[in-house]
Design a binder for this molecule. Structure first.
Ligand SMILES: [Zn+2]
Length: 228
């Protein structure tokens, strides 16, 4: 399409569906408008987040789970607005864009079957899909929820018995190539909200101990904690 035509289309597109702030829905070029942004407490990029909460590596978060960010997450997770996953992915990507090239793969924390049934989508997957698209870092689906039913009989070659840590496990159906690729790799594990940190620790343990990843860092959208 000639450049002038695509410019015309983009102008018309903006008139028909102007960019809106994801929180207050007022006109805004940025995902979050300056007015809402004033109430967002973002992580300082150079702060030391090593509070002992996540000893595997770096721990990044975008903002504190309060005010507009809490509102946004509520709309996304409990209001069934799946499209907001893309916006959250954009926000995380743009804030930490220098960080993503450090990783070979992105791994995400999968939702439980119960939440998936209730919500109809995997909130973390929608976020990482956008991060992966913008950063070019591929997603590997490595972790599954552990229903507690014990699938030892289906354990495949190459995965040891301690495959299961609490609520999570390494998927038994991942291809050999994926397991091979993970060995010695640098992985960023992504979740939406950080509270106790146990989810990230359990998943990181699987990635390091079972999959042989060399480096595992973690990133979440928001946290209610004030000690990191
Ligand atoms: Zn706003």
């Amino acid at each position: 399409m000639p450049r002038f035509l695509s410019k015309i289309f983009s102008v018309f597109g903006k008139i028909l569906s102007p960019p809106l702030c994801v929180i207050c829905r007022k006109f805004s070029e940025a995902e979050i408008c300056p007015e809402c942004m004033r109430l967002v407490i973002r992580a300082k990029k150079d702060q030391n987040r090593n509070s002992g909460l996540f000893t595997y590596g770096e721990l990044y978060y975008y903002a504190r789970y309060t005010g507009p960010i809490k509102e946004l997450v509520a709309k996304y997770k409990f209001g069934g607005q799946m499209w907001l996953g893309k916006c959250i992915g954009n926000i995380m990507h743009d804030y930490y864009q220098d960080v993503f090239p450090l990783y070979d793969y992105i791994v995400y924390v999968p939702v439980s079957k119960a939440s998936m049934k209730k919500r109809g989508f995997d909130q973390c997957f929608e976020i990482v899909k956008q991060i992966s698209k913008k950063s070019g870092v591929p997603i590997l689906e490595v972790i599954r929820g552990n229903s507690g039913k014990g699938r030892q009989s289906r354990l495949r070659r190459g995965l040891r018995k301690e495959n299961v840590t609490g609520r999570f496990a390494v998927r038994e159906d991942i291809p050999d190539e994926t397991l091979y690729a993970l060995q010695g790799s640098k992985v960023l594990i992504v979740d939406d909200i950080l509270t106790t940190g146990s989810t990230l620790r359990e998943c990181a343990a699987l990635l390091v101990d079972i999959c042989g990843c060399m480096k595992v860092d973690a990133m979440v959208f928001a946290t209610g904690r004030t000690d990191i």
